[in-house]
Design a protein around this ligand. Structure first.
Ligand code: NAD
Ligand code: ZN
Length: 233
């Protein structure tokens, strides 16, 4: 039975990484939309990088949550795949291997001049904005900003997985960012049971076969160990 799990910032909220929307959402001094767009980067790359450097610092200190760990463990036992909107790499740190990153990765940089991509885990960065080690050009975070297209290969894989899902779990996503938000609906239309785990209602709620109105760790524990296996915990 194929299980596909779409995760959003809510699953990392339990690791202490702030979400964008919902309670406790990310709001420092600027609207994330003004910091996470190509226009913002063109206007002020230093400001955008300061914000990313700050977020990288938060993520570096965070540990995978129980929710990340449950998914990593179940991947070894079930035909389970994760599609994530998160850029923090916490699924991989928890041990998940079958992860499709729809919005890139905050630890990867990309050169706006020569296009090279590489991982750079330094926190804080020594130089802001950082420069390309190949050509000296300006680097940007290799993440998808508002208004940008998703990486084609990841998106195609996400569609394939959604179409082949028998159970589709949407965990900790506000389901407002497209095209990620349409994946649960695609899965549902092609016959999957749709399960939502989120402490708040979302636009997905009316389509869900089951809504578990709790945090990610509690919800996944309940779903996998009570509903699917009937084992309790
Ligand atoms: P979002 O910020 O729009 O929504 C977060 C959702 O998580 C809300 O619906 C909220 O109710 C829910 N939530 C809060 N606490 C939760 C918990 N303990 N358990 C389960 N759910 C909880 O996040 P999104 O839908 O992922 O979309 C935002 C975009 O921002 C994404 O594209 C993503 O790339 C980016 N983002 C990523 C990170 C990260 O990598 N950790 C953090 C913030 C934003
Ligand atoms: Zn370069």
């Amino acid at each position: 039975m194929r299980i596909v799990v779409l995760t959003g910032a809510g699953i990392s909220a339990e690791s202490g990484v702030p979400t964008f929307r919902g309670k406790g959402g990310l709001w420092r001094r600027y609207d994330p939309k003004d910091l996470a767009t190509p226009e913002a980067f063109e206007r002020d790359p230093k400001l955008v990088w300061e914000w990313y450097d700050w977020r990288r610092g938060l993520i570096a200190k965070a540990e995978p949550s129980e929710a990340h760990k449950i998914l990593a463990k179940l991947e070894k036992e079930k035909d389970l795949w994760v599609i994530t909107q998160n850029v923090d790499g916490l699924h991989q740190r928890a041990g998940s291997k079958r992860v499709v990153e729809l919005h890139g990765n905050i630890w990867r940089v990309r050169c706006v001049s020569c296009g090279v991509r590489y991982y750079d885990h330094r926190v804080p960065l020594e130089e802001i904005p950082p420069r390309c080690k190949e050509c000296g050009g300006l680097l940007r975070p290799d993440v998808v900003w508002f208004g940008e297209a998703l990486p084609q290969e990841a998106l195609e894989r996400a569609y394939e997985l959604s179409l082949s899902a028998e159970i589709f779990l949407a965990v900790g996503t506000s389901a407002q960012v497209y095209p990620a938000a349409e994946l649960p609906l695609i899965a549902k239309r092609s016959g999957a049971k749709l399960v939502e785990i989120n402490p708040e209602e979302t636009p997905l709620t009316p389509h869900a076969d089951v809504s578990i109105r709790t945090g990610a760790s509690e919800g996944l524990r309940r779903f996998f160990y009570t509903i699917i296996d009937g084992e309790g915990d």
